[in-house]
Ligand binder design. Sequence first.
Ligand code: MFK
Ligand code: FAD
Length: 500
Amino acid sequence: MASFYQQGPTLPASLAADGALDAYLKLRLPERLAGQWRGPLERLWARSRDEMAPLAAAAEANPPEHISYDPWGRRIDLIQVCPEWQKLEGIASEEGVIATAYERADGAWSRVHQFLRLYLYHPNSAIASCPMAMTDGAARVLQRHGDEDLKRWVLPRLLSRDSSRFWTAGQWMTERGGGSDVSRSETIAVPEGDEGYRLYGVKWFTSATTAQVAMTLARVEDDQGRDEKLSLFFVEVRDQAGQLRNIQVNRLKDKLGTRALPTAELTLEGTPARLVGERGRGVATIADILNITRLYNACCAAGYMGQGLALARDYAGKREAFGKPLIEHPLHRETLADLTVEHEVAFQLVFECARLLGREECGEASERELTCLRLLTPVTKLYTGKQVVAAISEVLEAFGGAGYVEDTRLPQLLRNAQVLPIWEGTTNVLSLDLLRAMQRNDGWTQLIDALDARLKAITTTAFSREREIIQAELNTLAHWPEQLQAVSSEALQANARKLA
Ligand code: MFK
Ligand code: FAD
């Protein structure tokens, strides 16, 4: 009679098992901060593993439901999410997954601290990290462009550490006509009274539709006609009684992954809204949100890679084949080493961006750092978005057939990872964003200067391979400015991914 049963993987007891994170705390952070943060981060690691992981499993198993009508035929458009999902949102608030960045207890480094908390929160959040990204983006845009009333009334809710007061924000950009090209949006904003507007249109993808507020784009249409350019609007989604404010939920999307996250199609039927920022500058204003949410995306990609790697490593010590544990097979070790490198790269990119973002927000960044942040943000999002899908696919393979079986919960990781290269700007769209930003910010010269400086800083032979790589990059890059002049814009666009 068969008696063998395989032991499943478990997550490590301490964050010290995450090589990239541990090394970052030891080597990259000022010693004082590493000392202060390690204990609280260790507690969040434990909370994520022991408390959040079972909540996330329950939330993934009980996806949201759209209840269109009450028993008596009234349209109610209730989006019912399970209590575990609500609890996961509450934990984000209690753990300061957003607030840490705005409280600025450690000045510019507070952004890094906040991203470290997000990195630990995300993998066991059933993608409740998505509303956190949009909430952080909304907080930033309101802080920069909101009127005093919105700052007083809404901002403290978005930054609250009290889960009973905490609000989340949605980001409704995508319409049927275009998600990448938002200029194809059809929603209009009709002025009402002195300051208000009413919105009419269809929003095609709205995630975390349970959010209390949302930021959205529309064209103002008044007596003079319809604006050519989009403007940004703030919407309070429900009234005091909890009813949607002239919003119809058409349906919830049936998605490959992110199943715990409600993503709806909405019709706005005269929804009250307030203009945020300058009229006709909606895309430029919402870019403040995009640049935050894109870094959240990258951080969550790094978080998934870290968790996938930890599970695969643990399993490699428990699973035997051909007479010894997988970890003792040189080729399997090599596979895990490749994953470790990819994870490390993602981690370093994300946390360099977080460091620069913190400096920008505190007004401490140099011109060069600002350019670097502008260029690295799309690159980091697109690179980690692609790599996480490949990495998690490799993780599943490291479990053999078990990686393909639902109740190991591994397939869900791959399904969820697949959204990361798509939303918040696809790989192509971000490559083009980078190209435009390079052209605008004299990025070529800055990049060449930065690589040149690094080359000069390499003084030991231990880094001779890095020297070779940088030299090769410099040789290639040296031709790009000429190409900018000589090559057609079509050819430049066609090569934008390679550049990125
Ligand atoms: C768990 C993970 C966490 C993440 C959760 C996320 C939840 C998912 C939610 C979503 O998916 S929300 C929808 C996300 N949608 C996108 O990301 C849209 C992708 N498309 C683009 O990014 C296009 O490039 C863009 C819409 C911006 C192009 O629109 P336009 O109208 O052709 O804009 P244009 O002319 O390129 O730029 C207009 C202005 O914005 C310019 O400024 P000026 O008017 O001053 O010249 C640009 O410089 C500025 N701009 C555009 N992108 C910018 C930017 N500024 C700074 N940073 C940027 N990234
Ligand atoms: P398209 O823009 O039609 O793109 C199709 C393809 O064309 C892509 O591969 C793209 O890279 C390529 N392409 C487009 N333009 C170019 C170009 N100029 N050059 C080269 N290639 C190009 N949106 C929101 O606003 N709010 C949300 O909350 C939200 N939640 C989402 C949740 C999920 C689960 C998903 C999957 C999407 C969500 N989105 C949301 C929408 C998402 O942001 C868009 O799907 C995405 O931006 C792409 O837009 P699109 O679907 O219209 O694709």
